[in-house]
Every structure is written in C-alpha cells, then in structure tokens.
Ligand binder design. Sequence first.
Ligand code: ATP
Ligand code: MG
Length: 491
Amino acid sequence: MKLPEHLGANLQRESESFPVLLSVDLTLASASLIHSHQRIILDSQPSMLKRIFNLFKSDTDGSHKARIIPRDQHKVSRKQISQSALRVIKQLQEAGFEAYLVGGGVRDLLLGNTPKDFDVATNATPEQVRQQFRGARIIGRRFQIVHVRMGREIIEVTTFRGHHDDAETTKNEDGMLLRDNVYGTLETDALRRDFTVNALYYDLRDFSVIDYCNGMKDLEKRRLRMIGDPETRYKEDPVRILRAMRFAAKLGFSIEPNTAKPISELSHLLLNVSDARLFEELLKLFLSGSATATFNLLRDYDLLSILLPGADAAIKAGDNLGLAIIEKCMINTDKRIRANKTVTPAFLYAALLWPALQAQFKKLSQQLPPAVAWAQAGQQVIQQQLTRTSIPKRFSLPMREIWDLQQRLPQRSGLRALRTLDHPRFRAAYDFLLMREDAGEDLQGLGQWWTNYQAADENLRITMVKDLSKTTGERKPRSRRPRKPKAPTAE
Ligand code: ATP
Ligand code: MG
C-alpha cells in the first residue's frame, strides 16, 4: 500500500522517537500500527505484551490498515464544505496539529446528501483547541469536545480518542463508559467511533479520504456496521442503540446482522442513560426528517417500551387510533422538515403521549368527572414519561395546553368559540384536531367547523354559533350569576 506523504512523514517521525520498539517490529509496516506503537510506549508498560498481541491480531484481519481513497476516486469536494469548518482545520494545521473533517459531514457528502453539520477531529487537546480560537468553548465532562463558534456556525472539534483496553476503572458494572477522555491517534480515533460509515476522514492536505474501518464498502452497500464488538460498544454507550435507529432510518441503510442482533436484548441499558440525554436523543430521532421510518424501527426493535412506555402499552393493547395519530404526526413532521418549517417538540410529544392519555383518561373517568379525570390523566402520563426521558417545562406546558384545548374545541356556544380562538395555543390545538380526524377519529365535522369559523366574519361567526344549538343541541352556557351570600346560620 502506498502511503500518502503526510502519513509517511508520521512514520518517519515516530520511528525516530521510538527506536526500541521498532527493533521488535519485524512485519508491522503499516502506518496505522506504528501509530499504535506510540500509544504502547506512552501508556503503562505492563500491558505492552497484551497490546502487541492485539496488534498482531488486528493486522491479520487487516481491518486496522488505512485505505486511502485519492481525490479523483470519491465524491467529496472542498466546495461543498462549510467555510467555517475549512478555516478551523486550516488554523489547526497551521499551528502544527493534525486536523481532519470526519463524521456525518464526510458520510453525507460521499452519499451525495447535504450534511447537517461538520465535525473536526484533531490531535490537539481540548485545551489546545480552545487556545487557538476566540469563540471556543470546552463542553461535556464524560466526553469533552470543543465548540468553535464561527459566525453563525458551530464546529464540533474532538480530540483523537484512545483505547480503553485496561481502563476498566472508567466503566461501571454494566460496561458503560463513565469517562472517555483518553487521547490517542488518528487510528485509535477511528476505532472509537460508532459506525464504520461515521469513521471516514477527509484530509484537506491531499483531498483524500482515509478509511480505517471499511466504511467505504459499507457506504456502497448502504449498511450500518458497528465498529468492533457490537455488544461491548452498546454497553459502553447505550445511546449507540438509538443512533443505529436514527442513521438506519435517515440514510435508508440496512443494519448489518451482527450490529442488529444485540439491540433488543440490551435495550434496557438505555435506562442507565441520563433522562436529559435521552430526551435530546429522542428529539433527534423524530426531527431527522425520517420520523416515520424511525418510529417503525423503534417498534420493530421493541424500543418503544423503553422510550415511551405509555404509548407502547396502549398500542400493544390494541389502540389502533392512537397508533394512527402518532403515524400521522410522524408523516406531518417529516413533511414540515423537508419544507424547512419549524416543528415544535410540544406538538410531537402531545401526539406521542396521546394514546397513553386516552388509556388513562378512560380508566379515571369511571370514577371521576371528565374534567378532573382529564387533568389527572395528563399529569400521570407526564409523570410516567419523566421516569424515562426528561421533558423540559417549556415543552410540557404547551403540550398540556394542546391536550386541554382538545376538550374545549367541541364546546363552542356563547362566547366559548371566540375565547378558544384567542388562546395562544389555538393554532397548534386546531392542527392537532385535524390530525386526529385525518387519522380516522370521527369528531362529526369539528375540524371543518373550526376551519370555517376562522375564515368567517363577525356576523357569520355569530350565526355559526347560533346554528349549533339547532344541529348539535349544544346549549348556551348558563350565565353565572354571583351567588347570593348565604344567610348566616344561628350557631
Ligand atoms: P449527524 O448528521 O446527525 O450530525 P453525525 O454522524 O455527524 O451525524 P454526530 O452526533 O454529529 O453524528 O457525531 C459526529 C461523529 O462523532 C459521528 O459521526 C461518530 O463518528 C462520532 N460519534 C458521535 N457519537 C458517538 C457515540 N456515542 N459513540 C461513538 N462515536 C460517536
Ligand atoms: Mg455531525
């Protein structure tokens, strides 16, 4: 294999620094293995033999050798890359560091898609990166990254990750990585990434793509393959299970059998992930523009029982209407995202938790008046969901308003319709109502009535409300006269 110049240079540099090891190194001639040697020497000596054994092992299956795809053999072009990402890479290189474009940006460009964002990998430590850029902030504890702000864009810069072979102390008893701030080389970084198609690096020095994990082949075959042993990798970070769902749905990729196999069995590990991170991941799942496909995958892998237990139970109990409403919401969400329209998480959650709300309301309304049952059901469904994912108040409050308005929309007599129309959440609630009808719920033309009401002038609105008593028998609400004070009772 012909190495590009810069890798050759690395080889040279490292062989000069570590002559002792190179004398043991009879056959390990690839740049990637030399990279690993550097780590062996830098790390504690007792594990050296184990590491060397592992290196031989990895060499025999060949998976750790970098394949370099020259510029004329791939689709990535500099012109498609954000100027900000290019500037970050250039500046790091000028300061003497290695820096590459990696992750979704490279993957999506190779697929001919428009990347959502650009990630950079470097051998500079987070602190060194921070010192290079004025608008840079180190974020995260478990996994430190640097956010470099360039105008309106934020470029995520990560330091090459290293191996965790003998770092059991950084894992909990379920194998979950508690810290992941061991630094390494380009090669170890590639092996620490999640899927092979996410571990492709674009090198601005010669415009080549560097592939350590056979990502190009998987990209061609349109399949998602976990790097390393899938079970271990899911245990290290169970969110990778959700990332598998998201990428498979978004890219339309199959999940390679070994990568798919442990998912259902290990899904309970998602319960160990912080509820805030799960909330974020859940939103990403449904806001990626492929909510429908994602939702179907979540059902196929029985992950709804973990993420949305209320919806899961209701659907499994046969609530086909509830399921249809969620499915409509997923279709609408995808359409809005494709049209560059905003999607509010409150609306999304209102639909995802709707089947649970219905089931709980049915139960409670056997003993309680409807309004009380509705309010309590709403509260209980949110409580149950909070055991899995957080829902920040800025989303849960409007979500409850959307629900409450579903109760108010049928009540239109007197001034009620006008008041409901004035409600700040009316538009979302009206859309939700239309979605329920669209999913097959028979609300006796309520959606159309509200459509007409909004378009009508003042006089027509009055007539529409009057006509209601004829058609639906809905009565004007009793005017509430102040009660007479009770006559004092003699005690
Ligand atoms: P997107 O298009 O959604 O941004 P992405 O692949 O770029 O997709 P990011 O979340 O931006 O996803 O992460 C950037 C890269 O970091 C990934 O491509 C992957 O290589 C690596 N990565 C992110 N999260 C993990 C994880 N949990 N485990 C291992 N590697 C990860
Ligand atoms: Mg990304």
